[in-house]
Design a binder for this molecule. Structure first.
Ligand SMILES: C[S@@+](CC[C@H](N)C(=O)[O-])C[C@H]1O[C@@H](n2cnc3c(N)ncnc32)[C@H](O)[C@@H]1O
Length: 274
């Protein structure tokens, strides 16, 4: 997939003011990640949050790091993050692309990222770059949606129209594991999770995705307005998933991953990171 970065920045900037009102899955995922940190980490000196969004999670990194940098590609998200940071726990706000991180080597003890790296073309490259930014012994904790996320919506669209992608493709767990094995990191944890969210109507779901800014932004997205007929077909296809309680499910399938840069760099790990 080729991701349109300008479209992402625009879509998330527009979504920023209302993002927190609908980010319930994102909050749940974030809390699971903070629990991982609380269970294991000593407070560190420097942390970076990639794809910080409105900063709600970034602020919660305060007990774990003294100097926190928040990075996002969407200026609108960073503006809301600044407003939300009333206590001033975030030291630095950086508008940049996760695939072109503007930092020098061995600057951070902790790199954190929740539900942002799915918007990158080359996760392998991001892993290599984060490895470079981390101090020896530093950790990278991230969460990412995987293959079955929004599968009901994807299948409903596919049956209605095959020409365009209406839902992003996510990596499979196997692809993710392969990337991790090929990276120079030590994997401390890979936890696979499935959360279901229920809606009364398909419109409720699509409206929520729009409010999140989580539009379809790959190069094969439907450029023209989708016809009403196709939209109704998709909505009628989605009805097949209605459950016994009369609700429509939406799957959020994701992994929470904790990685570590070895404290002692051997010639092999050094070579792997180059
Ligand atoms: C679903 S939101 C998650 C925000 C936050 N981490 C949270 O959990 O609430 C995804 C965020 O990633 C940002 N993002 C997407 N692609 C990015 C990229 N290539 N570089 C930096 N940030 C990116 C978006 O602007 C958005 O703020």
């Amino acid at each position: 997939m080729t991701v349109d970065k300008k479209a992402i920045a625009l879509s998330f900037s527009r979504a920023a003011p209302r993002y927190d009102s609908v980010a319930r899955v994102q909050r749940q995922v974030g809390d699971a990640m903070l629990a991982v940190l609380a269970g294991s980490a000593q407070p560190v000196e420097t942390a970076l949050d990639i794809g910080c969004g409105t900063g709600t999670l970034t602020i919660k990194l305060a007990p774990f790091a003294r100097h926190i940098t928040a990075l996002d590609i969407a200026p609108g998200m960073l503006s809301v993050a600044k407003q939300n940071d009333r206590q001033g726990v975030i030291s630095e706000f950086v508008c940049a692309d996760a695939e072109q991180l503007p930092f020098s080597a061995e600057q951070f003890d902790l790199v954190f990222s929740s539900f942002a790296l799915q918007w990158c073309d080359e996760l392998a490259q991001v892993l290599a770059d984060v490895y470079r930014l981390l101090k020896p012994g530093g950790r990278f904790l991230f969460s990412i949606p995987v293959e079955n996320t929004l599968r009901e919506l994807k299948l409903s669209w596919q049956k209605a129209e095959n020409r365009y992608h209406h839902v992003n493709d996510f990596l499979s767990v196997v692809q993710l594991q392969t990337l991790l094995v090929q990276s120079p990191f030590q994997t401390l944890q890979l936890k696979e999770c499935l959360d279901m969210v229920y809606y009364e109507t398909v419109r409720e779901l699509t409206r929520e995705l729009k409010t999140l800014g989580a539009h379809q932004v790959t190069s094969n997205r439907a450029h023209s307005l989708t016809g009403k007929k196709t939209l109704f077909k998709m909505m009628s296809n989605y009805e097949h998933f209605r459950n016994h309680q009369g609700m429509l499910p939406a799957s959020w399938h994701y992994c929470v991953i904790a990685l570590q840069k070895p404290a002692t760099i051997t010639p092999e790990t050094k070579e792997a990171s180059q």
